[in-house]
Design a protein around this ligand. Structure first.
Ligand code: ADP
Ligand code: MG
Length: 252
């Protein structure tokens, strides 16, 4: 369970501090998929960076995983997919995924790594592009490489920062599906940042709505639509109702 407890965050400024997060409280139960939606600049990325420990400076409050403060937590259990993907341009698709598996803590042989990468590339329909450099791929394919790399080591917690926001609608639907199947297969805890309300409702067990900066939580929506959710779910009236409720809260 991830507990974000009254987290406030400020960035120091020359004249005045920039207040970004204000007493944010979120509980994310193990194995849930929770989305955070909110306007640009509200502090969503800032919160993810605090959870994965890239930024350690809280103004007040605390973040803990299974009762352990994040500053003392084993980082290998947390996978972070930053907004810019952070793929290595000088490596091929295969090497980008293999790279994370070579870390000594995983203790994998060369053969094990090769097999694992092959199965991941198949899972994401990338096997015909294994020897391509990431610059030679479409946006959707790059996103899939980043997803394959993210889950290669099966982290217990996945933090995803607007992973599909630059994609066209069809590719995005397709990747939403892939993400849900992956989540259903090994049930990591996922925190998913997006500014797309449909996507948030479609994927999540819970949607947290941030206000404009400094972000406070405007509302938390439990999304009790049954899983497995497939594209047909988007056309159901209870899905549309939830989307409308979230949208109204954001607009208020
Ligand atoms: N390292 C930083 N130093 C100073 N200000 C920052 C830093 N990172 C983010 N900010 C500011 O914090 C606010 C929230 O940023 P961010 O978390 O990236 O928003 P979001 O992801 O919701 O679009 C923005 O106004 C941004 O300019
Ligand atoms: Mg952001």
């Amino acid at each position: 369970m991830i507990v974000i407890d009254k987290v406030s965050k400020r960035f120091p400024g020359k004249i005045k501090d920039l207040e970004v997060l204000q007493e944010i409280d979120i509980i994310i139960e193990t194995g849930q998929l929770v989305s955070i939606v909110g306007p640009t600049g509200s502090g969503k990325t800032t919160l993810l960076k605090l959870i994965c420990g890239i930024d350690e400076k809280l103004h007040s409050g605390s973040i803990s995983v299974d009762g352990i403060l994040i500053s003392n937590y084993q980082g290998a259990d947390i996978g972070y997919l930053p907004q810019n993907l952070a793929l290595a341009k000088w490596l091929t698709v295969e090497e980008n995924v293999a790279f994370v598996l070579r870390r000594p803590i995983f203790g994998l042989s060369k053969k094990q790594i090769k097999d694992k990468v092959s199965s991941l590339l198949e899972q994401f329909d990338l096997h015909h592009f294994r020897d391509h450099y990431v610059d030679q791929l479409s946006g959707g394919m790059r996103q899939k490489v980043a997803l394959a790399r993210l889950i290669a080591t099966k982290p217990k917690i996945l933090l995803m920062d607007e992973p599909f926001s630059s994609l066209d609608g069809i590719t995005r639907f397709h990747l939403n599906d892939k993400l849900l199947r992956m989540w259903e297969s090994y049930k990591p805890t996922i925190i998913f940042v997006t500014h797309d309300i449909d996507e948030a409702v479609f994927l999540s067990t819970k949607v947290v709505v941030f206000s404009h900066r400094p972000a406070v939580i405007k509302e938390v929506f439990k999304i009790d639509l049954p899983y497995p959710r497939r594209q047909e779910t988007r056309f159901k009236s209870n899905f549309q109702d939830k989307v409308e409720q979230v949208w109204k809260t954001i607009e208020e």
